[in-house]
Ligand binder design. Structure first.
Ligand code: ADP
Length: 499
């Protein structure tokens, strides 16, 4: 259980599972916009709030600036009304107002600290030049701004003369003084804190919801894959052998389709394996049964004559030979299946090899009164496995002799072009019926079982030959007319083509 949990967690951490990938993707797609949105909203609020506050205060300050001019406060800063107005303003905005006259002298400080001092800061100078500034210091939560105190009557004539601008940004002539105001921004900071807290709470709730959605969605989306795995595991465990069906995603359906095709192929292979095993058992049992019948009948006869013993023993020996041949052929076939890729390739003189095989088979042919002719069209040296090539050639020539008629003939021709060499065996034998032509390469297939058995056939020769030809990347074809004869043609590349 613990192992399972660790495995599950590992898959999530290592990012290997599709479920983990979907989970994290949904998480990213959901969380990133919500975080950005919160930050955007808070920042936007801050900018807007500072801007609005600055505008409101500026408007108020301008009104006060007009009063200052009207009361000539810059020259006679004794007006109680103006002082009260300035104090009220500084109280209202929780800030400090400094009035600076044309000599850069502070004539009024609502804090009462700096009166009489001179101030030549960049902002003040700029303001005298007509440029009013508002600066926000987010760290200390202060907005600092300068407001020009403009003599409007002179300013208007000045403006007209200069051809544009308003009192605030016009030339130096009408700026009589500067109001330097700094006000606390605690209100905005406080609101922002509340807003941020609320937005974060909302964000946390959203993240929880997104995690939940991601978890559920990733589970739903990967469920078909789990169902496919479960179905395949059931087949693997042997509970079922039927094609599986998990209709859901197109992707899983493709997997299921491919798996069912594989299952089908395995079934075919299994069937053919079973058929092969039962064929082998049957073929191996037949000579044993004959031997038992022969031995039993000898045992049952008391005082059987020596000639009968001899005759039966000869039959038993021939059955043993047959059993032996079947086993040898079977071993050759199994070996061929196993080692298709393990050919022992050497340069072989094909004419020489054919002559050697014919020399070995001629005595058998003579016994059956069959004439064997060899025709070599040109010298041929090819890269082949000599042992397998010998099997191919001797099987075909042996068959041509075995399935021949009395006074028949066998003709073997070796030829080549620039790419392939051919080995052709034609006989004047009994021929093969058309319907059997496609089956003769199957293991244990024989056109006439009893005849083939009589002449010592195992039904494996052509299966072995075909396997050997295919291992050389060659072809084998057959043409035959019943009662007239058969031609087998083998075509193999002169140069071995590796797999
Ligand atoms: P077998 O050991 O029985 O000869 P093969 O695999 O060599 O087995 O051949 C399969 C069957 O094909 C044979 O039983 C025979 O009926 C048929 N056959 C093969 N070669 C010839 C041939 N040259 N002429 C007629 N029939 C043939």
């Amino acid at each position: 259980m613990l192992k399972k949990i660790f495995g599950f967690l590992y898959q999530y951490i290592s990012f290997r599972s599709l479920r983990a990938r979907i989970f994290f993707m949904i998480l990213l797609v959901g969380i990133i916009p919500s975080v950005l949105m919160r930050q955007g909203i808070v920042q936007n609020y801050e900018e807007r709030a500072v801007e609005q506050r600055t505008q409101t205060v500026q408007a108020q300050l301008k009104i006060v600036a007009d009063h200052l001019i009207n009361e000539d406060y810059l020259n006679t800063p004794s007006s109680k009304v103006i002082s009260a107005e300035l104090d009220m303003l500084s109280n209202l905005y929780d800030g400090r107002v400094l009035i600076i006259n044309g000599n850069f002298k502070i004539i009024k400080d609502t804090y009462g600290i700096s009166e009489g001092k001179t101030i030549i800061s960049e902002e003040v100078v700029k303001c005298f030049l007509g440029e009013s500034v508002a600066k926000y210091d987010p760290e200390n939560g202060y907005i600092e701004m300068t407001t020009p105190i403009v003599d409007d009557i002179m300013g208007e004539s000045g403006n007209t003369a200069e051809g544009g601008g308003n009192g605030k940004s016009s030339g130096t002539g009408n700026v009589k003084g500067v109001m330097l105001t700094s006000m606390s921004n605690q209100y905005i900071v406080g609101t922002m804190e509340v807003l941020n807290r609320k937005a974060m709470l909302l964000e946390a709730i959203m993240i929880i919801i997104i995690v939940g959605i991601a978890f559920i969605l990733s589970a739903i989306l990967t469920r078909p894959f789990e169902r496919v795995t479960k179905a395949i595991n059931e087949v693997k465990a042997g509970y079922s052998n039927e094609p599986i069906s998990v209709p859901d995603l197109a992707e899983t359906e493709h997997i299921v389709e491919a798996f069912n095709q594989l299952l089908q192929r395995m079934k075919v292979l299994d069937d053919s394996r079973q058929e092969f095993v039962s064929n082998v058992s049957h073929e191996l049992k037949t000579p044993l049964t004959s031997m038992k019948v022969l031995a039993d009948s000898l045992l049952m006869q008391e005082n059987a004559p020596a000639e009968l013993y001899r005759e039966f023993m000869e039959d038993i020996v021939s059955e043993i030979d047959r059993e032996n041949r079947i086993i040898t052929d079977l071993l050759a076939l199994v070996k061929m299946d196993k080692t298709t890729s393990e050919l022992n390739i050497t340069a072989v003189d094909i004419n020489e090899l054919a002559e050697l095989i014919l020399k070995r088979l001629r005595p058998i042919a003579r016994k059956q009164d069959v004439d064997v002719v060899f025709e070599s069209m040109r010298p041929v040296v090819a890269e082949v496995d000599e042992v397998k090539m010998t099997l191919i050639m001797s099987n075909l020539v042996e068959n041509a002799i075995k399935y021949n008629k009395e006074h028949g003939w066998v003709k073997v021709i070796v030829d080549a072009d620039h790419q392939y060499f051919t080995f052709e065996v034609t006989d004047s034998g009994i021929g093969i019926p058309e319907e059997s032509l496609t089956q003769i390469y199957e293991r244990f297939y024989r056109v006439d079982k009893s005849h083939s058995r009589e002449i010592g056939g195992t039904g494996l020769g052509l299966a072995i030959s075909k396997n050997a030809v295919l291992a050389h990347r060659g072809f084998i074809t057959v043409t035959s007319t019943e009662g007239e004869g058969t031609t087998f043609l083998v075509k193999i590349p002169l140069t071995y083509i590796a797999q």
